[in-house]
Design a protein around this ligand. Structure first.
Ligand code: EPU
Length: 418
């Protein structure tokens, strides 16, 4: 099975070019279905979740190409409204196709995504919203049958949780609904604004994105457009964490300081020098990280849950005790037991992890339990004494474009072996 072999202890130096955001690319690709036309999406990361999205689009009848980080989707030929279970199960976020299918066909059939490695991930908010917009939704043999006779209708939707996926799904579905849709307690993540920017270029009427109330006024038809995906703030946080552990001087080309307001202060607190300019972010780390204090994950602009594992890996070698409180997902500390194999001293009770930093981690054979937990393993191994292996890297490859090559270019000793 493919795995990473990492010989730790090398400082990281140089510049790395930041990939486009996975969590922007995936909803934008789903939204291309609604255009009925050609969209050209630049800066798409070459990751398996993008491959899975393109497989779904092709299965629905779209013509797709992917070359040099540019995806072209022509949805003029899309004619199906059903996604088979095997394609749905490749990616939890495939539920994002539900809104797009309802917008195009007034009909959708797909399986409900089950739980995942982060704990229960229900889709009740998505379903409730589409019902309010006039869809009839029933579950038959594990498949959701959704029909909106006469098309979706705009309405006011109060989200009890500022769900990223539900906000995106509703936004996409509402673009061609009859009348106005108002999403209250909408998610504010930069990826929401990126999706809104893409949809606006396609002719959608959307306002308020980035704030708590988003209004979408339905239009008859969208058209295709050309769009450039924003940089991946979680991958940026991964590089920042790696440098804080390994030491060094790295420029993250393309990183956007504004997307990382709650993340960058953590690295300053650890004693790193962090500076930004229009083109990216530079981090310099000269000594063992200081303790971070308490990090609480929260909706944007709070500290992102997706950056919790990589920062925790850095805290595991910090001088002193740091505390992590996970407020978004019920089970996002599974990777911690793998860090323990490398000598990390971490105790987890429910949603709180207490990390007693050790001077250095030791090499071990560890497993990636999930995407960001896997990235945490890579960081720990890059800073550890000796040679480690990280297995189950399919999780990592869902979201990181050739992580071995990126870190090798910065001076790390890391190989992907098949
Ligand atoms: N929730 C519900 N019901 C729903 C939807 C969500 O109870 O119908 C709950 C979830 O169980 C969770 C909370 O609401 O406790 C927030 O979930 P959200 O819907 O915001 O998450 P998501 O849309 O499923 C996206 C990202 C995740 C990221 C979260 C939170 C994509 C493709 N995925 O997931 O990214 O962690 O938002 O920011 O955008 C990752 O990239 O590693 C990743 C997991």
């Amino acid at each position: 099975m493919p795995h990473l072999t990492i010989n730790g202890g090398h400082r990281l130096n140089g510049a790395v070019s930041l990939q486009g955001a996975k969590n922007s690319t995936l909803p934008i690709l789903a939204a291309t279905l609604v255009c009925g036309d050609e969209s050209i999406i630049h800066n798409c990361p070459n990751i398996t979740d993008v491959d899975a999205s393109l497989d779904i689009l092709r299965s629905l009848g779209c013509k797709c190409t992917f070359c040099d980080n540019t995806v072209t989707v022509d949805s003029a030929t899309a004619h199906r409204y059903s996604i088979c279970d095997s394609l749905m199960s490749e990616m939890r976020s495939s539920v994002i196709f539900l809104g797009a299918l309802l917008a195009v066909n007034s009909r959708a059939e797909l399986c409900a995504p089950g739980g995942c490695e982060l704990g229960l991930r229900p889709i009740n908010l998505h379903i409730d919203a589409f019902r309010r917009m006039g869809a009839r939704i029933v579950e038959e043999h594990g498949r959701l049958i959704c029909i909106a006779d006469g098309g979706l209708r705009g309405c006011v939707i109060d989200l009890p949780v500022a769900s990223v996926g539900a906000t995106e799904n509703i936004m996409i579905a509402a673009t061609t609904a009859v009348g106005d849709t108002v999403i209250r307690n909408a998610a504010k993540e930069p990826e929401i604004c990126d999706l809104a920017d893409y949809l606006r270029k396609c002719g959608a009427k959307i306002s308020g994105d980035g704030g708590a109330v988003i209004t979408v006024s339905g239009v008859k038809k969208l058209r295709g457009c050309e769009h450039y995906v924003i940089p991946d703030r979680i991958v940026a946080a991964t590089y920042l964490s790696a440098v804080s552990v390994c030491g060094g001087d790295v420029y993250i080309d393309g990183a956007n300081e504004a997307h990382l307001v709650s993340v960058l202060p953590c690295f300053e607190q650890m004693g790193c020098e962090v500076t930004s300019d229009d083109g990216g972010i530079r981090i310099v780390s000269k000594c063992r990280p200081e303790r971070i204090g308490t990090v609480r994950t929260a909706e944007y602009p709070g500290f992102p849950t997706d950056a919790q594992p990589v920062l925790l890996a850095a805290a595991s070698v910090a001088d002193g005790t740091s505390i992590f409180v996970e407020n978004i997902f019920s089970n996002r500390f599974r990777y911690v037991s793998e860090l323990g194999k490398m000598g990390a001293r971490i105790s987890v009770v429910d949603r709180v992890a207490v990390v007693d930093g050790v001077r250095m981690l030791t090499s071990a054979n560890v497993t990636a339990t999930d995407l960001r937990g896997g990235a945490a393993m890579v960081i720990a191994a890059l800073g550890a004494d000796g040679t480690s292996t990280v297995s189950s890297i399919a999780h990592i490859e869902r979201g990181y474009e050739d992580i071995a090559r990126s870190f090798r270019a910065l001076g790390a000793d890391i190989e992907r072996e098949s």
